[in-house]
Design a protein around this ligand. Structure first.
Ligand code: ADP
Length: 402
């Protein structure tokens, strides 16, 4: 069986798959680790249980995950021996990791050197690998990186026009994120169309709390909207998206803000929340805008407009477009946002069937209008399944090499 683990600074998400990935045997989410109100939801054998455990730290969360899995009532396996591979999501692998890896001692050292790249996420993931190696010692660990899919970006797309040596000496470049999701949905899109991925130019719109627009040509990421950090491109839930760096100088030099306050503002007080003054949650913004809230209407206009511009830019970058894919919380669930984005992209050959758009879902992914030359799809993302697929691929490569 394959176990996937996604460790955040205060959360732990896990899924257990049979080795052929034909099903999900168990899954759970442990939240608010170390806080008084820690909670855990665990689902297996068609039953969902909610626990309110006392979790001092990540180790106790791990122990809870292990005991849930082997519990005679809510568990699915008699012993951890049944786990044959563990996949870990790592947010940032920098330029060091261009693909998934089986983690041995050397790799562990290389991973630790990448911790600084995502200080809120990487240390928790690395600690998670340490714990998995201790608690489930028989199973190999595979690290899967959100940045790896974008390592194929050509230099013209990943290099910033800053002093060249400064960038190369200090690893400053566009990294891109949400790569696991973009890789997964682009593969599924090709399967849905029964076309070789090598023949397709796609734009993937991963629209969740974080947003990535990704140009995927021949199955390789060739441009992407997030950059060195996780706030460029499109306005997100609380992150600003693109803005002129001159504003930072103005805020610091003229208004006297500290650089820490500017950073906090860009990451936590901007985007949909900053524009609307109401919420970072798209459902609330849509509801308020339809009740006449002008700030929420502006947040929607700005969100949709910047996505539309980026789709146009990437169609130009790839010299054409075959497929447009919507995924993640907003992309999968909001017919209104999909419709607004596509409504003025006729110039690219994009048009959607509004009736199908309203009822799109896993059984009905294709929302393309009859006269459109670009196919538009709605594809639910499944990062855990992509991670489990990587574990399977690496383990079979590992076994045939051995
Ligand atoms: P995360 O990046 O945290 O994984 P998700 O992919 O879960 O985020 O997406 C969260 C976003 O999806 C939120 O803005 C939420 O409002 C939005 N969302 C979820 N369901 C709907 C819906 N039915 N209509 C509009 N937006 C939705």
């Amino acid at each position: 069986m394959i176990l996937t683990i996604n460790c955040g600074s205060s959360s732990l998400k896990y899924k257990l798959y049979p080795s052929d990935l034909s099903d999900v045997l168990a899954q759970g989410l442990i939240e608010r680790i170390s806080a008084a109100n820690a909670s855990c939801s665990h689902e297996a054998r068609g039953q969902k249980v909610r626990l309110t455990p006392n979790l001092l730290d990540q180790l106790s969360a791990f122990e809870l995950m292990v005991s849930n899995r082997t519990d005679p009532e809510i568990g699915v396996i008699a012993s951890l021996e049944a786990v044959t591979g563990i996949g870990h999501r790592l947010v940032h692998g920098g330029t060091e990791f261009t693909g998934s890896i089986v983690v041995g001692n050397d790799a562990m050292e290389r991973l630790r050197k990448c911790a600084w790249l995502a200080p809120l996420h990487n240390p928790a993931c690395i600690a998670g690998i340490d714990l998995a190696r201790d608690l489930i010692p028989n199973a190999p660990n595979v690290a899967v990186f959100d940045t790896a899919f974008h390592q194929t970006l050509p230099a013209k797309a990943h290099t910033y026009a800053l002093p060249y040596e400064l960038c190369t000496d200090h690893g400053i470049r566009r990294f891109g994120f949400h790569g696991i999701s973009c890789q997964f949905v682009s593969r599924v899109a090709a399967q849905v169309l029964s076309r070789p991925i090598e023949d397709l130019s796609m734009v993937v719109c991963h629209l969740g709390n974080g947003v990535t627009i990704d140009a995927v040509q021949g199955g390789r990421s060739v441009d992407t909207s997030l950059g060195f950090g996780t706030f460029s491109g499109i306005p997100m839930g609380t992150r600003s998206g693109d803005f002129d760096p001159a504003i930072v100088f103005h805020l610091v030099k003229t208004l006297g803000m500290s650089i820490e306050d500017v950073e906090k503002m860009c990451y936590t007080q901007s985007g949909l929340l900053g524009l609307s003054g109401l919420s970072n949650d798209m459902r609330e913004i849509l509801a308020a805008a339809s009740n006449g809230d002008t700030r929420c209407s502006l947040a929607l206009d700005s969100f949709v407009y910047s996505i539309r511009k980026t789709i146009g830019a990437y169609a130009a970058a790839m010299n054409g477009l075959d497929v447009l894919v919507f995924t993640a919380g907003i992309g999968e669930n909001s017919a209104t946002i999909r419709s607004r984005i596509c409504s003025r992209l006729g110039v690219l050959g994009i048009a959607i069937d509004e009736r199908t758009n309203e009822i799109a879902g896993p059984e009905l992914p294709n929302i393309t209008a009859a006269d459109a030359s670009v196919t538009t799809l709605v594809i639910p993302t499944d990062e855990e399944r992509m991670i489990a697929t990587e574990v399977r691929t690496l383990m079979s490569r590992h076994q045939s090499a051995a």
